[in-house]
Unconditional design. Structure first.
Length: 308
């Protein structure tokens, strides 16, 4: 009988035991998993690609805190190659309602806060902006509702495999027409990482064309990659101010923030942004105010996970 253990389940429980400080449980789980794989002689995708995965994790850490957008694009691009996907995007989601108010809300109090596309040339920006508006205010759709119901849990689903909703029924909806059929999306893979109780990272991968599908093994590989890098998800959210900043960051403030965390001086920031030192100074003060800190040291402490 083939054991029901996969690289994804192994990674989930491994991280869980580590988080609890149960090193012996972690060691036992690792030992048992290796024995099972060896016993059945099964070469899993994780084992076959482990060195490539570790190399990707190292590459992401080498980008540095000031280049998190580049790191995210690198991660999405590499996974698109492995998945044979045509495009991908990241969404930072925030819970803005609690209790009874959230229960009455179509998205249970969750909203898409920030978006980053891998290949923006394949997406109509005006349409994408309208899509986010509809998602937040008009029609979240069956897939989004099914995803937010499970908030707080790491999850990965494929559209055409009917893992999230019944695909045959979903194809008959207006939501499917607008978000998928009209722009030629054949299949979508969602990977969602809960960074906190009220903050989550959504990674979405799309295949265009006719009857193209994501495989089970590909989903498990991508989910395993994303499950092991919580630090990376947290840095992306921090770079957008999600969950910490008192208000959304403007594009200029985001660029200022990325320069500040690299230790750049205000004069250097002014040069990088093409503005006067006085304007750069105001940008810096605005970033500090939104993050609730009074200095560059306080800002850096957030990235080091040691709040001031």
């Amino acid at each position: 009988m083939k054991p029901n253990i996969t690289p994804v389940t192994f990674t989930i429980y491994s991280n869980y035991f580590n988080d609890l400080g149960l090193s012996q449980c972690h060691s036992d789980l690792t030992r048992v998993y290796r024995q099972v794989v060896q016993k059945v002689g099964e070469e899993t995708l994780w084992n076959e690609n482990s060195e490539s995965i570790y190399k990707l994790w190292d590459e992401l850490s080498d980008f540095g805190v000031g280049a998190i957008d580049d790191a995210l694009n690198h991660c999405l691009s590499r996974l698109c190659q492995w998945l044979d996907a045509d495009n991908a995007f990241w969404i930072g989601a925030v819970r803005v309602m609690q209790g009874k108010q959230a229960h009455k809300d179509a998205m249970l109090g969750w909203r898409a806060s920030s978006l980053q596309l891998l290949d923006s040339e394949k997406i109509d920006r005006a349409r994408q902006k309208e899509s986010i508006r509809r998602l937040n205010a008009v029609d979240p759709g069956d897939t989004t509702r099914a995803l937010v119901v499970q908030a707080g849990c790491f999850r990965a689903y494929r559209l055409r495999a009917s893992e999230l909703v019944d695909f045959t029924s979903f194809q008959k909806t207006d939501h499917y027409d607008y978000y998928y059929r009209e722009i030629g999306i054949s299949d979508r893979l969602w990977i969602v990482f809960p960074v906190g109780d009220d903050i989550e990272c959504y990674y979405c991968f799309d295949k265009y064309g006719v009857h193209r599908r994501f495989s089970q093994s590909g989903m498990e590989l991508a989910a395993g990659v994303m499950r092991g890098i919580k630090w990376f998800h947290r840095q992306i959210l921090l770079s957008h101010g999600i969950g910490i900043a008192g208000a959304p960051l403007t594009p200029s403030e985001r660029r200022t923030l990325q320069s500040l965390v690299t230790g750049a001086s205000r004069k250097e920031i002014a040069c990088q942004l093409g503005v006067t030192p006085g304007t750069a100074h105001q940008y810096c003060l605005s970033v500090y105010r939104k993050f609730g800190v009074s200095s560059k040291a306080g800002l850096l402490a957030l990235w080091l996970n040691h709040p001031n």
